[in-house]
Each structure stands twice: as C-alpha cells, then as structure tokens.
Ligand binder design. Sequence first.
Ligand SMILES: NC(=O)C1=CN([C@@H]2O[C@H](COP(=O)(O)OP(=O)(O)OC[C@H]3O[C@@H](n4cnc5c(N)ncnc54)[C@H](O)[C@@H]3O)[C@@H](O)[C@H]2O)C=CC1
Ligand SMILES: O=C([O-])C1=[NH+]CCC1
Length: 314
Amino acid sequence: MATKPAYIAADVVEKYLGYTTLIPLLERALINFSSGREGGVVQPIRTIVPVSKHKGFLGVMPAYSAADDALTTKVVTFYENKTSSELPSHQATVLLFDPTNGILKAVIDGKVITDKRTAAVSTIATKLLKSPHAEVLCILGSGAQALSHYQAFTQQFSFTEIRIWSRTRENAERFAEAAGGKIRICSTPQEAVTGADVIVTATMSTKPVLFGDWVKPGAHINAIGACRPDWRELDDTLMKNSVLYVDSKEAAAKESGDIVISQAAIKAEIGEILKGTQPALSDKTTIFKSVGMAIEDTVSAKLVYDSWTKNNEN
Ligand SMILES: NC(=O)C1=CN([C@@H]2O[C@H](COP(=O)(O)OP(=O)(O)OC[C@H]3O[C@@H](n4cnc5c(N)ncnc54)[C@H](O)[C@@H]3O)[C@@H](O)[C@H]2O)C=CC1
Ligand SMILES: O=C([O-])C1=[NH+]CCC1
C-alpha cells in the first residue's frame, strides 16, 4: 500500500533552504534549462488562470529535471487586492512526485520556496552583471520579495549603503525593523534610485515605478514584479537603453509587460551567461527581468525534501 505523502510546513522549509546551498543548485538548473534537450529540463510555460472578479490569479508551474531526477508542480495564487494585511498576496504549494512511478511523495509549503529561490536567482544574476565596484543597493517595495532579496543580498554581497522606498513610510519602517540592518528609508523612488549601483524592483505595481532617467549608467537592475503582460515596473526609456537578460526568453516574452509593451530586445538568458555562450556585459546598464521558473521550485523542493528525509530517518 502506498504511504501517505509527507507534509512539509513553512518553518521546516525555512530551516533547510539556505542560500549557500541553494545558489549552486540553481546555477546548475539555470544552465540545464538554457541547454535545450541536452539539459534535461522539461518546463512548459506556466498556465495562469485569471480570477478577475477578485483581482487574483492562479498559476500552475510543472517541471521535471533529469539531472536531479525530480518532478514537481507548484500551484501559486496571487491577488492584487489583498483582503487582509495578515494574508500574503502570494500563496503557494509545491507537490513533489516520485518520478519513477508518479506517486505523490510530499506536499511542501511553497511560499518560502518562492521567496527564497527568486532572491537566490537574482543574486546569481547580480554576481554576473553588477559593476565590481558596486556599493549602493536600492530596493523598491517592502513586501516578501523585497525582504528575501535584502536577506540574500546582504548575505552574499557587501554593500556600503542600502536604501529602501515603499509607498508608505510606515511600510518602509516595518521593513527596516524586520530586516534588522542599517537601511536608509527614502521618501521618493527617485531619491532611492539616484546613484544606486544595484536596484531591485519588487512591487505589485502595474505601472512603471522605475524610470531610466533616474538610473546611474552601468547600474544593474533586478526586475522581479510585473509578471503579467499588461503590468509594468520599468519605463520604456530604461527598457530600451539597457542590456536585457531574462530567466526564460520564452516565458519573459509572453508574460512580462515590461518586455511585451516596450518591445525591448532580449540579449540572453542568465543560464547562457553561466554556460559561457553569452557575455555578461557588466560595464553596461543591465536588467535581469525575472518572471520565475518552475525548475527553480523543483530543485528547491528536492533540496528541502532530501534534507527533511535525512533528518527524519530513524
Ligand atoms: N520573478 C519571480 O520569480 C517572482 C515575482 N514575484 C512578483 O514580485 C512582486 C512582489 O511580490 P511580493 O513581494 O511577494 O508581494 P507583496 O505583496 O509582499 O509586496 C508587494 C509590494 O509592492 C508594493 N506595491 C503594490 N502596489 C504598488 C504600486 N502601485 N506602486 C508601488 N509599490 C506597490 C506594496 O506596497 C508592497 O511593498 C509581485 O509583482 C510578484 O508577482 C513574486 C514571486 C516570484
Ligand atoms: O514564479 C512565481 O512563482 C511567480 N512569479 C510571479 C508570480 C508568482
């Protein structure tokens, strides 16, 4: 008789998903993804079901990695009009299957996986694309992604100044308290961005919050939000005057309003830079437009499951 699937809750995921372990696994996954058939990644474009009546979306994100022999699907919901400040705008669950026979092995909380794997991939892009002299980090937004990016970036880099802007000062102050480090709270996005070497946009905005005229030449931008074809975070000036990298060319060209509307040309996938088949033009102004990939959830969920199994063996 088949055993019941394990349930792995958010606090356990948090315990096993450290950036130092996760980052090299994701680097390998990005390379495999960008290697076509040879890379052994099967990842169709995700299905998104709009729940227009409630300003929400349900996304289904399946993937298989031959290199990891791991099979998962994430189910993620995201809502524009949160009904409660207690409720996160994004909620997710990852189902992990035995790839040999299709048995469901684990139901894993997907919220922490989503927050951390996204920040880890931005860290990888930033290592490749930032100026070697980068000192100032700016984060626009103060939600879950803003916090995971702050945590990953402060662990992996040594910025001398970190700035944040959020729509309300109260939100920015709450963020600074949760982050716990020295953070400069800025009153306007322009103040936060001016002179910054690395910028993270992590908002639910549907209109540009970051304008090319504000951005220091040579800066690197990680654009995390605007995952719908009619949503924007970056304006046309910035999109057209920067070198544009993405996680998945196919997905970004379909899902990212910043690309769909501006018609900016994509230079390469981050996996192609890691493979050495495309250059990292770090002396130019660069954008990493992240839409999020199922394969990132697959390797993260496998890491969590394997660590959990090891620690629960008698
Ligand atoms: N690229 C990827 O892999 C992923 C991207 N995302 C996207 O990242 C973005 C942030 O996600 P979370 O931090 O989880 O959401 P969140 O709800 O925790 O935080 C959203 C932040 O955006 C701000 N915001 C909302 N509307 C705004 C507006 N019009 N102008 C400026 N700021 C605004 C909020 O005040 C808050 O600070 C979302 O667009 C989300 O869909 C989320 C998960 C993965
Ligand atoms: O990759 C992901 O999980 C998501 N990207 C945008 C919303 C959720």
